[in-house]
Ligand binder design. Structure first.
Ligand code: TXA
Ligand code: MG
Length: 317
């Protein structure tokens, strides 16, 4: 089991673990989050590993204040108003991210938008102390009930992480409301702890509904498709192809690849997860016809890696 520390004693230990790339379960006002440094790909990969998520869904990046948020994303005047009124609080804003936004692409799953939230309480304190944003999905094993107490989190994730910070029962008890903001258009992506009516009352704008599920990234098979074609489980490299390699052994003809990047020369799935989106987009930019992808084992994080590669290879919708 993980160590459970009361939040008043946990700031330093939590920061130490987070700075060392370890995930830590932290209380927020909505639900407990399994947090890791959002700028560190391997730390983020450890979140997926601990949760046993079979897919790399994009995660929410949690910030301490507007200054941190503005370095990451572009706020329209409407987005500014929402943040000003409801942060810190149970509202997540999906916004276009900046070019050099400093967040690891495993957090955004390679999308050009990012989900941002400023949480209340310990979460916010630890982010401010660390000076870095934290990626944090709800702290539960994938498919199980979301943890709203430290004990529930420990029962579900305790043998996979080292520290659970106890902030008492989560005040809201429901995940944050997710709103996508495009200019002055608001779309509800997930109902949650902040009533949509409150948002409509403040802004005088109707929030578009009905996009939940459909718009959730990962639902569309080709959502992550690069422009270049993808050929999976390649045993050989054909003329003109780029190669996405994995592990120490090369596909036949690898020396003729137009460009090659290795997800993990040592065959480490955590390292491969951390490199996946960056390598895919770098090979995409090389302008080849096809990217040949060497086989990646399907156990552990390999399941999510293969899921993402299969989606990238799917025909465009
Ligand atoms: O209350 C909460 O939001 C909790 C606490 C810990 O902050 N976190 C949470 O995270 O619920 P998670 O990972 O369980 O849910 C994040 C949701 C996912 O459904 C994901 O698809 C969506 O946010 N999301 C993340 N980035 C997105 C993006 N760029 N566009 C659309 N949806 C996005
Ligand atoms: Mg969740």
């Amino acid at each position: 089991m993980a160590e459970i520390l009361a939040q008043k004693d946990a700031l330093e230990p939590a920061c130490r673990l987070l700075a060392a790339g370890e995930p830590v379960a932290i209380p927020t006002e909505t639900v407990y989050g399994l947090a890791a440094d959002a700028t560190d790909g391997e730390a983020v990969a450890r979140i997926f590993e601990a949760k046993g998520r079979p897919r790399f869904n994009p995660l929410i990046a949690h910030v301490a204040d507007m200054e941190m948020a503005r370095r990451i994303a572009v706020f329209s005047p409407l987005a500014e108003r929402l943040a000003e009124s409801f942060w810190p609080g149970p509202l997540t804003l999906v916004l276009p991210h900046r070019e050099n936004y400093g967040i690891h692409p495993l957090v955004t799953a390679g999308l050009d938008t990012i989900a941002l939230r400023c949480p209340q309480g310990f979460g916010r304190e630890v982010i401010a102390r660390l000076g870095r944003p934290l990626a944090a999905p709800s702290a539960n094993i994938s498919g199980r009930v979301t943890g709203t107490t430290a004990q529930a989190v420990n029962a579900s994730l305790g043998d996979r992480i080292r520290l659970v910070v106890d902030g008492g029962p989560a005040k809201v008890g429901l995940e944050s409301t997710i709103i996508k903001v495009l200019g002055d258009e608001l779309t509800l992506l997930r109902p949650g702890g902040l009533a949509v009516e409150e948002i409509e009352r403040l802004t005088g704008e109707a929030v578009k509904r009905g996009a939940t599920g459909v718009q959730a990234p990962g639902m569309l098979a080709s959502h992550y498709a690069p422009h270049t074609g993808i050929r999976l489980d390649a045993a050989e490299v054909r003329p003109g192809e780029a190669l996405l390699a994995f592990g120490p052994d090369r596909a036949l003809g690898a020396e003729n690849a137009a460009k090659m990047l290795n997800l993990s020369p040592a065959g480490d799935l955590r390292e491969a997860a951390a490199n996946l989106f960056a390598h895919l987009s770098a090979l995409d930019a090389a302008g080849c016809q096809t990217i040949a992808v060497e086989p990646v084992p399907r156990h552990g994080l390999g399941e999510a890696i293969n899921d993402r590669l299969t989606r990238a290879a799917a025909p465009r919708e």
